[in-house]
Design a protein around this ligand. Structure first.
Ligand code: HEC
Length: 216
């Protein structure tokens, strides 16, 4: 008996059904997400990202930040909405993150490992540019006991010519540069920190993800 037609149709169906399930259905569900517009204030949720966000996220990607940091806040037990969860308890967000939170991103860095805290809302939790520069340069000094590697190659140490630069990093001992020298962020560091400050997911409301209360 010639089984060739059955095999061909079977193989076609296997690929076609996978495509429907893994590509077409998700695209139909979330592929054309639009921001939620507030009736009164006309504010967009999620808000548009700053123009440099794509370059900043490329620095984030190329330095492997995603190997230690996630960008997704988990909510409470979904069968018991409002119960809160460990991520909320840690102060990583006021609600879980949902697909729409990532609609402006070219690439979403969800991450799978949490050696460090979740960064979905780091722009709201830590809005100080100075802190971010210090922390990238000397993580273990700013956060005692930190295992985060220093990213000193994102900075430049140079001789002070005349006046010290306005953007010289305010370093803490023992990493102070010698007298007459200063440490300044490179363009990459500036883009990265601008990107980190723009991460404020779940600080704006979305109807599909109401604010949750952390467990008491
Ligand atoms: C080897 C793992 C590792 C890598 C890689 C890493 N981090 Fe971290 N990060 C940590 C740990 C652990 C902490 C918590 C201690 C601390 O604050 O330093 C942390 C903390 C942070 C914080 C402060 C979070 C908070 O809630 O206070 C920021 C911001 C941060 N990292 C950004 C970055 C960026 C940007 C990169 C990439 C350039 C990066 N990290 C790469 C491990 C890592």
């Amino acid at each position: 008996m010639n089984r060739m037609p059955v095999i061909i149709v079977g193989a076609f169906l296997a690929f076609f059904l996978s495509w429907v399930g893994l590509v077409a259905t998700p695209y139909a569900q979330i592929g054309r997400a639009k921001p939620d517009i507030d009736d009164i204030t006309k504010d967009q949720s999620p808000p548009p990202l700053p123009g440099t966000s794509i370059q900043g996220s490329a620095v984030f990607a190329s330095n492997g930040c995603v190997y230690c940091h996630s960008q997704q806040v988990r909510g409470g037990n979904s069968s018991d909405i409002g119960s809160g969860g460990a991520d909320l308890e840690r102060g990583w967000g006021a609600r879980r993150t949902v697909a729409r939170d990532y609609m402006h991103d070219r690439m979403a860095y969800f991450g799978a490992v949490r050696n460090g805290p979740d960064l979905s809302n780091i722009g709201a939790r830590q809005p100080s540019v100075d802190w971010h520069y210090q922390h990238l340069y000397q993580p273990a000094v700013v956060s005692p006991g930190s295992i985060m590697p220093p990213f000193r190659f994102l900075f430049e140490k140079r001789r002070i010519a005349g006046q010290p630069s306005a953007d010289a990093v305010k370093l803490l001992p023992p990493d102070l540069p010698e007298p007459g020298w200063e440490v300044v962020p490179t363009n990459e560091a500036k883009l990265l920190v601008e990107y980190l400050l723009s991460l404020k997911r779940s600080t704006y409301p979305l109807p599909e993800a109401p604010e949750e209360k952390p467990p008491q």
